[in-house]
Design a protein around this ligand. Structure first.
Ligand code: N01
Length: 523
């Protein structure tokens, strides 16, 4: 989504631009993540571009939360509608990016050896696009089919009647579980950590809500940028109900039971203190576990599915359709890896400390090397040939999540140190594209050739990003999430996105631009 808009916007500013895209089609995340049940957790009316009123007036969303197929269709429509394809080179994975200090240009080299030279480079490579697959012994020995949710084949594999093992219970695993269960012979869900997941209450989009948004899009887009998560919450989507006013720490048992009856799964978060107080949070977790017990018939399975030992709000909330109820099906087995972990993959299945599971198919839903992975997988060389991945060995350092010292004219969209994955990615992408476009036009119009942050500005920003994350549930000592890099062996534990919210971020970024790019050397 960031690449398509970058091309359109930079063309409009009079730049010549080309997009290099690893996939065989456009859509980014929604091109690759085509697993059964893949769906966005931001409402469709909010998860769409606001840069063109014609586009938002003509496009009709069908569901409250858009599914992968609809999103991929939307991004293809955008590519056609704005005549973007003529400047997009598909099947082109960038392997290397090298800065030439004398000429102040970058040379990008694809893995096929083709070069592109450019004054400016915009990395629209996505914060969740570098898949992470665990290094389980014997992985290559398996004789059956191996699938990965984030690399699901374009031709739907025939899973009917098959014994399928699904590893991972994050968003991807949770979304695919009910869909897989409906078609496979038997589904084994290998769970290492139980998940807090709430029902999406997805359904057809109300025509009146859509018409109302169409009458009022300009105002809605403005409001998006004024809310911390870039989501106004005015589409009627239930996931967005905010916390209530009452602290759970001051509640009686009768009040908590009554909240469960009234709000169901949402009861766990319906209090003013659950997001900020660890003790209150644990009481919210207990309400969540009570819902698991009420939903899952087998008590042992319910206990295994009940998250413990880490707070609600540490990880990105997952939203689902019928996840827990799926474990009541006869053809679904939860394999609780805390009772005995995976030892190896064999020719015929998965060997655990609890025994062997015979399988025809293994599905990895094991997540991503988030925020830095898509950048560090490219050999990016800045001034004096220094590699970005070496500089980031103790964690990423950026100014505004937009640029790095030593890498002039290279910009990152939704990079580490920006709100990115903590906010609506379309709103974040549009804001970054527009900021970068204005910066490039400024440099061009003033006859400057390079833009690069100062070390002082970058250091101060990194300190600020770390400081605002302190004391939140995200950085709780019991929290291990991809936001912290904790899912990747050896990755430094650093909170990657900027947690203070979009309005504070946008205000700062715009003030910096208005001041003539304070903290950047433009020369
Ligand atoms: O990845 P994850 P994801 N053995 O990292 C498990 C976005 N997204 O692709 O927690 C066994 O969340 C791992 O276990 P543990 C969204 O931002 C959005 O699901 O490390 N298990 C975990 O259960 C989301 O947060 C949407 O103990 C292993 C799972 O794999 C982000 O992408 C949909 C293992 C990975 O979960 C990532 O979600 C999909 C091993 N060796 C994704 N290694 C929507 O818009 C890992 N795991 C709704």
């Amino acid at each position: 989504m960031a690449g398509l808009y970058s091309l359109h916007h930079l063309r409009g500013l009079g730049f010549s631009a080309v997009v290099l895209e690893a996939g065989a089609g456009v859509g980014g995340t929604w091109y690759w993540n085509r697993y059964p049940g893949a769906r966005c957790d931001v409402p469709s009316l909010e998860y769409s571009y606001g840069f063109s009123d014609e586009l938002q007036q003509e496009w009709e969303w069908s569901e409250v939360f858009p599914g992968q197929e609809e999103l991929e269709r939307y991004f293809n429509h955008v590519a056609d509608r704005f005549d973007l394809r003529r400047d997009i080179r598909l099947n082109t994975r960038v392997a290397r990016a090298v800065f030439d200090e004398h000429r102040a240009v970058w040379t990008l080299t694809s893995d096929a050896g083709d070069d592109v030279t450019a004054r400016f480079v915009v990395m629209a490579t996505g914060p969740l696009s570098a898949p992470s697959t665990p290094d389980i012994p014997g992985r290559d020995r398996f004789q059956g089919l191996v699938l990965q949710t984030s690399r699901w084949p374009r031709t739907e594999p025939d899973l009917a009647g098959k014994r399928v093992g699904l590893i991972g219970t994050g968003s991807s695993g949770v979304q695919s579980t009910p869909e897989l269960a409906a078609v496979v012979g038997h589904l084994y869900v290998f769970q290492r950590t139980p998940t807090y997941t709430w029902p999406s209450h997805n359904g057809p989009l109300d025509a009146e809500v859509q018409a109302e948004w169409k009458r009022d899009y300009a105002e809605q887009r403005r409001r998006q940028r004024e809310t911390p998560g870039g989501v106004t919450g005015s589409t009627g989507a239930i996931i967005l109900q905010g916390p209530g006013r009452k602290p759970i720490l001051e509640s009686t048992e009768a009040e908590r039971v009554s909240m469960l009856e009234e709000r169901g799964w949402d009861a766990s978060r319906a209090w003013s203190d659950v997001a900020i107080d660890p003790e209150a949070n644990e009481m919210g977790c207990e309400l969540f576990r009570e819902m698991v017990r009420r939903t899952v018939r087998d008590p042992e399975t319910a206990e295994s599915l009940s998250p413990r030992g880490y707070p609600i709000g540490c990880k990105r909330p997952v939203i689902d359709t019928d996840y827990f109820a799926t474990f009541n099906r006869d053809n679904v087995t939860l394999v609780d890896l805390r009772r005995g972990g995976i030892e190896s993959v064999t020719e015929t299945g998965i060997q655990t400390e609890q025994g062997h599971f015979d399988l025809d198919v293994i599905v990895f839903a094991t997540g991503f090397d988030a925020m830095t992975g898509s950048l560090s997988r490219i050999d990016i060389r800045g001034r004096e040939g220094v590699a970005l991945r070496d500089l980031w060995v103790d964690g990423p350092r950026t100014y505004l999540g937009l640029q790095m010292v030593g890498f002039p004219n290279l910009f990152t969209i939704s990079g580490p140190g920006s709100p990115s994955v903590l906010a609506n990615m379309v709103v974040c992408s549009e804001q970054h594209v527009e900021w970068i476009g204005a910066c490039l036009a400024y440099a061009r119009d003033h006859g400057f050739t390079t833009v690069e942050p100062t070390p002082e500005a970058q250091d101060a920003w990194v300190d600020h990003v770390n400081q605002v994350a302190e004391g939140t549930m995200f950085t709780s000592t019991t929290c291990n999430s991809w936001y912290l890099g904790a899912n990747i062996p050896g990755k430094p534990r650093v909170f990657l996105p900027y947690v203070a919210g979009l309005p504070a971020y946008i205000e700062r970024a715009e003030a910096i631009a208005a001041s003539g790019y304070e903290g950047f050397v433009v020369g």
